[in-house]
Design a binder for this molecule. Structure first.
Ligand code: SF4
Ligand code: SF4
Length: 95
């Protein structure tokens, strides 16, 4: 069966059809099963924002000094650490 794709020029935001929107990531606190938490060494961080873009839970926020972790929503998956090219993210045991 041939599927016709919608052909449409999109020049501006208002050209994009309206669609439902959900906040990316989880919407309830999910840190309960984390045993280790991420820590950023700001002396190594170059603010490339890769960790911010890859975090599946939206648990990394940017501030004037770089990035910081929202530990209420971080589940400890380590995707941020894996994608940090500067080795700036490490994990420490929860206390
Ligand atoms: S450990 Fe996972 S959930 Fe937590 S900040 Fe890193 S990528 Fe996000
Ligand atoms: S990926 Fe690493 S270097 Fe880039 S902003 Fe995150 S912690 Fe900093």
């Amino acid at each position: 069966m041939k599927v016709e794709l919608l052909k449409r020029d999109i020049d501006k935001l208002s050209d994009i059809p309206f669609a439902p929107f959900a906040r990316p990531g989880l919407t309830t606190v999910n840190s309960g099963f984390r045993t280790e938490k991420p820590v950023c060494d700001r002396t190594k961080c170059n603010s490339c924002n890769l960790c911010y873009l890859y975090c599946p839970d939206g648990a990394i926020v940017k501030d004037a000094k770089g990035i910081k972790f929202d530990l209420d929503f971080c589940k400890g998956c380590r995707i941020c650490k894996k994608n940090c090219k500067k080795g700036a993210i490490s994990f420490e045991v929860e206390k």
